[in-house]
Design a protein around this ligand. Sequence first.
Ligand code: GLP
Length: 249
Amino acid sequence: MKIYVGSEEQIAKKAAQQYVDLLTKKPNAVLGGATGSTPLGLYHELARLNKEGVITFKDVTTFNLDEYVGLDGSHDQSYRYFMNHNLFDHIDIDKERTHVPDGINLENIKTYDKAIEKAGGIDLQILGIGVDGHIAFNEPGTPFESLTHVVELEENTREVNSRFFKSIDEVPHQAVTMGIKSIMHARSIILIALGDNKADVVEKMINGPVDTAVAASILQLHPDCTVYLDEKAAAKLLASGADVEIERI
Ligand code: GLP
């Protein structure tokens, strides 16, 4: 793991540079997308770079991590809607090449991992992290061998995510998520964590044992994973004095 600490803006710029480097080498790269508030700065920066002609997404294919069960793409809290509004509508991507797991016809999820493989596998996967260590919607206890599957969301996750809905009653109880193995197949991974509510879990993800209790801890075993933290999310890790290399941006 490479660990960088900086401001949200510095993180967005440095992470975006990884996309520039990749798309310069491989214009038809396969990108793994994530939702949540964390990647918004990066998406904004990617849209800016695209507008300025620094990168193009015209030959890019994307696969998103997850989707709520029961929400179709027109629902403003569906992850398809999120991706269209926060990224795809602002870049020159062919929407036909963008994939978000199907939260309505659950039969379709059986072919999601195959579709990723057929597209050549994910070159670069962006991840956020839940306060309980979930990546995508892989809640604590999810087997590391898991592929795309349906999950029951933890009440805590529903509560945290209810900030985007009118009330918690509207937050679906289930989601479709790429599994941990699906994520670990990506050639490169970027995980971004921002804010003090992530400080505990960031410290566990990096210093703790690789254990399904903290799904993100598996990333310690990924050969090319870059972690970007703001000062608040890095606070516990920095205070732990652990023997890990941390670079300031
Ligand atoms: C959701 C998503 C995750 C995301 C997490 C953190 O549960 N399924 O992919 O990483 O929220 O969200 P945020 O970035 O808003 O803190």
